[in-house]
Design a protein around this ligand. Structure first.
Ligand SMILES: Cc1cc2nc3c(=O)[nH]c(=O)nc-3n(C[C@H](O)[C@H](O)[C@H](O)COP(=O)(O)OP(=O)(O)OC[C@H]3O[C@@H](n4cnc5c(N)ncnc54)[C@H](O)[C@@H]3O)c2cc1C
Length: 396
């Protein structure tokens, strides 16, 4: 089985083709076993070799149209790729942003931006891995961001600060959200926010500073400071002031892709827990013979299967261009809970050994916990469903 996704790969709707892609992703991931991730985790270093292999395999260009050197497949294929990465015990956090920011560039970027960047992104010459939305004082309330972009002739001058900008040190481009009109002067709070495609290579040291944040997981996340950074006006994506809507468009894709990673994690934990429960003998019998051990694993498996169905349904609707916000949010909610239930169960099944690095359980346990907080926390998903699907009063 080839490990490279070729342009000849048929449509995503072709199940056999997607199965081939899954198999190729599994073969690639087999080259990056637990020891690799453990060492990266210990050193808090970026998995460059894994990102390079995924790029060379064509997997990061899956959503880029063929005309720009990608494979022009749909979100369902991206979902299958990320699911397999996580089910294999690897982690896509080092590379997934390129997939979930791609929609903003494809839908709203100018022809010149697409021609300039997409072929280079497809080959891996340029990495689009940084997504600067969150700010320390705004938190989840994105319309309260304060980072400003002021037009001066042919440039925008950026001032402000982002937090939790993951992969910033390993990315060449950043999709940046900034206010072009202060909130108190905008007609509506969602107006006056713009999206920019910033060339970080030119910006670093010329008004943009990156400071890593050490966290409980190896996520290469950072704070980014802007101090009179000048960027060409041609970096503006779409129309000035409409950026919040562009980003909202992309949120469904982001939620579906993260759900796929959680579904993959759920599969990894369930398999790991089951195999340990079959083999570990205590009191003269495999621990999995005890229903107190077996049932939580079976329950986590069932949760994962349900979350998986919702994730693929959301991706199917997304690929058809149909509304999918309810499904995308539900998939993210169910999948992040299914991965966490499986993680907790897997750790418990391993007893003391669950805490030992060499089993990889404690690392994956830490990693999968993130998805109930980022890229959007569970409460905000529930708020969306309560308000927009069930018609309950807005709570904030
Ligand atoms: C490792 C990591 C990587 C990240 N990567 C990126 C990135 O690349 N780019 C980026 O832009 N951001 C990134 N983030 C930020 C992430 O998207 C935010 O942390 C997340 O959206 C939550 O925002 P917050 O941390 O400001 O929490 P807050 O908004 O301060 O919320 C704190 C808590 O209060 C709850 N809460 C807040 N308001 C309400 C309400 N109205 N109703 C009910 N509950 C509420 C939330 O659910 C949450 O549990 C990352 C975060 C982490 C930890």
């Amino acid at each position: 089985m080839t490990e490279t996704l070729t342009h000849a790969t048929p449509h995503a709707s072709d199940e056999a083709a997607v199965d081939q892609i899954r198999e190729a992703v599994r073969a690639l991931c087999a080259r990056f076993p637990g020891e690799y991730w453990r060492a990266k985790d210990r050193e808090r270093s970026y998995p460059s070799e894994f990102v390079a292999a995924m790029t060379e395999g064509g997997y990061l260009g899956v959503l880029i149209p063929e005309a720009y050197g990608g494979s022009g497949l749909g979100l369902s294929t991206a979902v299958a790729i990320l699911e397999e990465v996580h089910a294999a015990g690897c982690n896509a956090a080092a590379l997934h942003a390129q997939m979930y920011t791609m929609g903003t560039v494809l839908r709203h970027g100018s022809q010149a931006q697409k021609t300039l960047w997409l072929p280079k992104i497809a080959t891996g010459e340029v990495r689009l891995q940084a997504f600067g939305v969150t700010e320390p004082t705004a938190g989840t309330d994105t319309t309260s961001i304060a980072t400003s972009a002021v037009r001066r002739g042919d440039v925008y001058v950026i001032n402000g600060q982002k937090v939790w900008t993951s992969r910033a040190e390993h990315s060449d481009l950043m999709v940046l959200l900034a206010r072009t009109t202060p909130k108190d002067q905008a007609a509506r709070k969602a107006d006056g926010i713009s999206v920019f495609l910033v060339d970080m290579r030119a910006a670093r040291g010329h008004g943009m500073t990156i400071k890593p944040i050490r966290t409980m997981i190896n996520h290469a996340t950072t704070e980014v400071f802007f101090d009179n950074l000048e960027i060409p006006a041609s970096c503006l994506v779409g129309e000035e002031g409409r950026g919040f809507r562009y980003i909202l468009d992309g949120m469904n894709a982001e939620r579906i892709l993260i759900a796929a990673e959680c579904v993959g994690d759920n599969r990894w934990f369930v398999e790991k827990a089951s195999s340990y429960a079959r083999e570990r003998v205590v009191f003269g019998r495999p621990i999995g013979q005890n229903q107190g051990v077996a049932f939580p694993i079976a329950r986590a498996h069932a949760q994962g299967r349900a979350a998986r169905l919702m994730t693929y349904e959301a991706a199917r609707l997304y690929d058809l261009g149909q509304p999918c916000a309810e499904e995308a949010n539900t998939a993210k909610l169910l999948a992040s809970e299914a991965s966490w239930a499986a993680a907790d169960t897997c750790l418990q099944t391993h007893g003391g050994f669950g805490f030992a690095e060499e089993y990889d359980v404690e690392r994956k346990f830490r990693e999968t916990r993130l998805y109930q907080v980022a890229p959007i926390s569970t409460n905000l998903i529930l708020s969306y469903l309560a308000e927009h699907v069930l018609g309950l009063p807005r709570s904030y």
